[in-house]
Design a protein around this ligand. Structure first.
Ligand code: MN
Length: 150
């Protein structure tokens, strides 16, 4: 066994994230392990681009309130202590609300014989971030107001 040296914190690349996002690799042990865990920190108003995971991904929100959007226009909020599963192949995005930081753990599997970790697409628009359908649902959904630019 060995205690590992933590790799440096990485800035989320501009082709995958809107706004300031930083992540730390918590677990990426060598094969045959497929375990992958990152801590991802989102600045207010920041979020991922649209993407999907080949083997799915589990998110656990640890701080702040997450916004998670789906292709049908729904935007839901996920709170600290709650977990969200995004099934293999399901397009989605996730990020912070407009006014506060959000941190989540991202957990997935990666390795030979598995589908690609993630496939990335376009940036999330302002309308998508606000959640066009949030008023249609009981309980409201994400806040419609968002003043800051991303
Ligand atoms: Mn995801």
């Amino acid at each position: 066994m060995e205690i590992l040296v933590n790799p440096p914190t990485v800035k989320g690349p501009a082709e995958w994230f809107t706004g300031d996002v930083w992540f730390d690799v918590v677990a990426a042990p060598p094969a045959p392990s497929r375990l992958r865990v990152n801590v991802v920190r989102f600045a207010p108003g920041s979020c991922t681009f649209w993407h999907r995971h080949g083997s799915g991904q589990m998110l656990r929100v640890t701080e702040g309130t997450a916004r998670v959007g789906a292709r049908d226009g729904t935007v839901i909020e996920v709170h600290p202590g709650e977990s969200l599963w995004t099934p293999p192949g399901e397009w989605h995005w996730h990020g912070a609300g407009p006014e506060s930081f959000m941190t989540h753990l991202a957990m997935w599997e990666s390795g030979d014989g598995l589908a690609p970790d993630a496939e990335w697409a376009e940036r999330v628009s302002e309308e998508q971030y606000r959640g066009a359908r949030s008023d249609d649902r009981p309980g409201g959904g994400a806040s419609p107001e968002r003043e800051t630019s991303r």
